[in-house]
Design a protein around this ligand. Structure first.
Ligand code: NAD
Length: 473
């Protein structure tokens, strides 16, 4: 960008999570002349980033980290040193939904953003460009500016930018290598534009200039919430249609295909499922709902809230179908749950629909055996218990077990419920004849992700129930 600006030589990223880790590893990989230090308060996480077993699973991440770590990419718990050395600091900390107090269940908890920002103000001894990487409600950059300006040492200047991250878990590395766009929001001042130009140079290490979009701070912040809200809305829309398909004999895959051929609609993100999950969609829509309410726009809030309600309804609806096909009772029955991650190619279970389904099955007194190729066993116990409730895991273990493979999960089961669309569960990969032979009869499969060729699998003898298609039994 054609205005005077500094060249970034050293970057610090606060937060070594699903976003900070991969994003800044790619920045370091593509810009060998920039020193990138990713810092986190979580020592175990940093130790894992420095080991052979990275703390998160993403296709391609290992290669990027291992080829760059120790060259110009570093992971550390020394937050102060990272801040002191950097020209530019990404704030990539978690922004969960608030659990307690006013706005609980809706508003974003910005406590982590606040403490990271306070830390920058307290430690910095030279000018810094501070980049909001976390997803935050519109105008959070203003609050960060107040904190920075009110606490800065004399003669130190902070510039603030918004640079939301659009990567999707499971495809993070390819999303980062080939982004649809990079968004940089800045204040409409000379300093603001100059800071934006410095950050644009970092991305220009591998992203075409015309894909690096600059705009005002508030548009940039809102664009991230809007993009996630629109994506989740598409899923809830197709899921709402899947309910109509099941009741009428229409087939949701055919309906999606027909709609997707309209170039105004497009084919992507039109797959019906048991519901969306992940740490972002629900949180970001609820953020939008809260923002709308606080701006006295109740109709707008109601509109977006419905996207989340439809998602909850889809999980209940699918569970009811399982119960009703299994003769209206799950008591004492064994259900094999295939997949616990919120989507394929990740070990992340945050807001995974599988958690909700397993809890519903537990309420119905079923025995549940879970298999997921990437989710750690300890994570499953954490997800199925309330934090701090002593001995709850032991109670859960009376009803829930973790299987070493899909065959073990399905042995003796009354039904398989596919919760995650892992390729490992396709009939072209798994030996469903072997699975069928080991199950109770009639043996049911509930395909909550539309990954099976229902005809082929039912020829083996299975009763196949697919989301978005009418009942077969
Ligand atoms: P995460 O929980 O995996 O990582 C956040 C990390 O920040 C944690 O390791 C935590 O220990 C650390 N942290 C918190 N406060 C800190 C502090 N004061 N100093 C140092 N470290 C601190 O979260 P994530 O999934 O990486 O998400 C980060 C942000 O990015 C969120 O706002 C999220 O909404 C957004 N986002 C996430 C995704 C995604 O797919 N996960 C995609 C786009 C945007």
């Amino acid at each position: 960008i054609d205005i005077p600006h500094i060249t970034i030589k050293s970057i610090c990223c606060i937060g070594a999570g699903y976003v900070g880790g991969p994003t800044c590893a790619v920045i370091a990989h593509k810009n060998p002349h920039i020193k990138v230090t990713i810092v986190d308060l979580n020592a175990a996480r940093i130790a894992a980033w420095n080991s052979d077993e990275l703390p998160i699973y993403e296709p391609g991440l290992d290669e990027v980290v291992k080829s760059t770590r120790g060259r110009n990419l570093f992971f550390s718990t020394d937050v102060d040193a990272g801040i002191l050395e950097a020209d530019l600091i990404f704030v990539s900390v978690n922004t969960p939904t608030k659990i307690k107090g006013i706005g609980a269940g809706f508003a974003a908890d910005l406590g982590y953003v606040e403490s990271a920002t306070r830390k920058i103000a307290e430690v910095a001894k030279s000018d810094k460009i501070v980049v909001e990487k976390s997803t935050v409600p519109c105008r959070t950059a203003q609050s960060m500016r107040y904190i920075l300006e009110a606490n800065a040492k004399p003669d130190i200047h902070f510039d603030i930018l918004s640079n939301p991250e659009f990567l999707a878990e499971g495809t993070a590395i390819s999303d980062l290598f080939y982004p649809d766009r990079v968004l940089i929001g800045s204040l409409d001042t000379e300093r603001g534009r100059s800071a934006a130009a410095s950050l644009a140079d970092v991305y220009a290490g591998w992203v075409a200039r015309d894909q690096i979009i600059t705009m005002n701070l508030w548009s940039s912040e809102l664009s991230k919430l809007a993009a996630n809200a629109l994506l989740a809305q598409r899923i809830s829309s197709i899921n709402a249609l899947s309910a109509i398909c099941e009741a009428t004999g229409a087939d949701i895959d055919e309906v999606s295909y027909a709609c997707g051929l309209d170039t105004r609609i497009g084919p992507k993100f039109l797959k019906a499922s048991v519901g969306f999950g992940g740490s972002c969609f629900q949180k970001d829509i609820l953020n939008l709902v809260y923002l709308s309410e606080s701006l006295h726009l109740p109709e707008v809030a109601t509109y977006w809230k419905q996207v989340v309600e439809m998602n909850e309804y889809q999980k209940r609806r699918f569970t009811n179908r399982v119960i009703s096909c299994l003769f209206n009772t799950l008591t004492g029955k064994k259900i094999a749950v295939f997949g616990f991650a919120f989507k394929k190619d990740t070990g992340d279970t945050r807001e995974s629909p599988a958690i909700t389904l397993v809890n519903y099955f537990r309420e119905e007194k079923a025995y549940i055996s879970i298999f997921d190729p990437k989710v750690e066993e300890s994570q499953v116990w954490m997800d199925l218990t309330e934090p701090g409730v002593v001995d709850e895991t032991e109670a859960v273990k009376k009803q829930v077990s973790i299987a070493a493979d899909p065959y073990e999960a399905a042995a003796g089961a009354d039904a398989i419920v596919i919760c995650t669309e892992w390729n490992d569960f396709r009939e072209t990969v798994l030996d469903y004849e072997r699975i069928y032979a080991s199950m109770k009869k009639p043996a049911f499969i509930f395909d909550g992700r539309l990954i099976l060729d229902a005809k082929k699998v039912s020829q083996i003898g299975f009763k196949v129930e697919t989301i978005g298609r009418p009942r077969t039994t």
